[in-house]
Ligand binder design. Structure first.
Ligand SMILES: [Zn+2]
Length: 235
């Protein structure tokens, strides 16, 4: 049994380049001893970029391990030294979108009690699903304004680890308890100022002032009590 890949993106979410060693190559992808590539998961699209000259087209998680899927013609093998470069433009937009989704969700939850039933975080447009029967367009406009004020306040975003039992016994911290892998003894917690604190594995900006302006594009009814909110960011 070998060690899990060291998740550099948890240590430093602003790491754009890194050096690593190839541990294995199989049909799932290339496994490294350490990586700054954030895999697809938790509603977030994966990073793309390069490992040496090879294109990284997708990064996936399987059994808590990170696998890099390479474009055609790549010839990496176990033991190779690699230099990884993240497509930073895509990644930073995903970080901004993800922190925004937490802020919007926190505001809507606080104001309506609505629970988040799903989300999809992508560079250009993202969406959040709320479990909410009554929906008032004007009211929603007010929530977006609150979210924008929260973003503009320049709240610091911190991430740290907490013992699993402690996190599970803190009200509101673990919103998707059954989605957590039982083997994980410590949970990563992300705290956005006084706005939102929860167990979360994804990448975020370090200060909400990086978000810019949140724009809600449309809201769709997806079933009796499901409202799907689409948003983007300016600039
Ligand atoms: Zn999240």
């Amino acid at each position: 049994m070998c060690e899990l890949t060291e998740k550099l993106f948890w240590k430093d979410m602003y790491m754009r380049e890194f050096d690593a060693k190839v541990e294995s190559v199989d049909e799932t992808g290339v496994r490294l001893d350490r990586t700054a590539f954030n895999p697809r998961g938790g509603g977030l699209v994966s990073d793309i970029g390069k490992l040496n000259d090879a294109e990284v087209t997708e990064v996936v998680k399987k059994d808590e391990e990170v696998y890099h899927v390479l474009g055609g013609g790549a010839t990496l093998k176990a033991g190779d030294a690699v230099h990884g470069v993240i497509d930073w433009e895509k990644r930073h937009r995903v970080m901004r979108m993800h922190t925004t989704a937490h802020i919007l969700s926190a505001v809507v939850n606080r104001e309506t009690g609505a629970l988040i039933t799903g989300n999809s975080i992508a560079p250009i447009e993202s969406r959040i699903d709320f479990s909410l029967e009554a929906f008032d367009k004007e009211q929603f406009g007010a929530y977006v304004k609150m979210a924008n004020e929260a973003a503009a306040s320049g709240a610091e975003v911190q991430s740290f680890f907490m013992k699993r039992e402690e996190a599970l016994s803190t009200p509101g911290l673990v919103k998707l308890a059954n989605a957590l892998p039982p083997a994980v003894a410590e949970l990563r917690i992300v705290k956005i100022g006084e706005i939102d604190t929860q167990a979360d594995g994804g990448v975020h900006v370090k200060n909400t002032s990086e978000i810019g302006e949140i724009v809600v594009n449309r809201i769709e009814n997806k079933g009796k009590s499901n409202r799907r909110l689409y948003f983007s960011l300016k600039p």
